[in-house]
Design a protein around this ligand. Sequence first.
Ligand code: FAD
Ligand code: SF4
Length: 483
Amino acid sequence: MSPNVYQFLDVARAEPAKAPASERIRDFNEIYGCFDAASAAQQAGRCLDCGNPYCKWQCPVANHIPQWLRLVEQGNLFEAAELSNETNTLPEICGRVCPQDRLCEGACTLNDGFGAVTIGAVERYITDEALSQGWRPNVRPVSGTARRVAIVGAGPAGLGCADILARNGVRPVIYDKYPEIGGLLTYGIPPFKLEKDVIKRRRQLLEAMGAAFVLNTEIGRDVPFERLLNEYDAVFLGMGTYRFVSGGFEGENAHGVHQALPYLIANVQRVMDPDCEGGDDLSMRGQRVVILGGGDTAMDCARTALRQGAASVTCAYRRDEANMPGSRREVANAREEGVQFLWNRQPVAIDTHDNGWARGVKVVTTVLGNPDAKGRCKPQPIPGSEETILADRVLIAFGFAPNPPDWFERYDIATDARGRVRAAAVAPNGGYAFQTYNPKVFAGGDMVRGSDLVVTAVFEGRRAAEGILAYLEATAPLAAGSP
Ligand code: FAD
Ligand code: SF4
């Protein structure tokens, strides 16, 4: 029990310090600072220990939140880090990028009137601070068994899978087509939300646990999938979703119209290596930029364009603010930084100059109809409401759909009508968690559930690893030194 269970009455909810908007748009550094020991303990001490930890049930990896909050309050940092890293492969990253307002903090008992405990910021503090003080995850040596599992994709799902395999003495070998690990953590989420050194540090930890990375290697092109099936005891696929959703309107391929992800990747590459080739091709410096979309990717594009020195940045979304999918925190940050929002505007065409370059976006105003079965209101255009928003560059952020490669079919890796790999947390007919129709192949993350979140991909990768361990055990017991 806390020495003072009513601390939440005396201590208000507080976030770590945030750089002022006018300063933070001058660089790509993370905008939030980190708690120090005293403020972390004070915020952690606001936890009521309410008995039924709704926060934990709402956290996809079921973190032991009240327990590590208590340890932080008591100053037992290393114990808190051990506990936090037991249930989450990337706690310092989830602490930064999870939409806590609709997960753990949204479910906190204090959220109803007093302000939720700042769970995400404390989670981040625990691992950042413990690592800087020399703490390292306590894992058994990886020489436990001679089993090896190939992982395709070094994103959150692949890393979650590697973590659990390594902790159980099975050596994970992770292939990725990019030169760095992280998937969308590195080549998607901008550095002002997640600095790239945080991912490099996680790479070192995973390597110290026995994980091996084979980078710049695309499976199906540089290495045939068949080789993984022949050389490894099982294979996990965590390849993400990379087909851009298009708007299907006229002018989408005009000059000056770009898809969100290539734009964000080009920016990350330039931040990581300012001398990289072609780095300036996708700069928005001096341009009037319009972003189409209302999710986190749209916010990331808008805030990146501002930092690149855009003359103006406007985000047009077809529903209203209350119905946009983006995290409230990120919308607020974008607004503070100077992004303009146009709600209830649906794009119908890109207006172009005679030379084929974008001149603006033709939009219609919408009203929201009744909610559908999923509770989402369909926008309905108002006749005669057409207008053009002038723009030199247009960024399209309508989301991502699965892109299963041709070779899946050859190896019995089945997909559903939307292209998502068929695999489930609770496998039917006595199968193993996240096993595909090919018994030796498992899958998880965005390619199974569709574009979602870092923490749900971590959960699926970890759960799939448990499925793989059970499958290996059933094929031949996992005794030390077994083939
Ligand atoms: P990915 O992260 O996509 O990783 C897949 C990996 O597989 C990639 O590294 C890819 O190179 C590799 N790969 C694919 N095919 C092959 C192949 N044939 N051979 C070798 N390697 C291959 N989520 C949040 O929780 N918070 C956020 O703030 C947030 N912001 C986001 C911002 C943007 C711009 C985007 C695009 C997404 C954001 N997300 C956010 C979503 C989150 O990043 C994803 O849900 C998560 O990364 C999915 O993890 P994954 O491992 O399934 O796939
Ligand atoms: Fe909250 Fe995400 Fe951390 Fe779970 S992983 S406690 S949802 S911030």
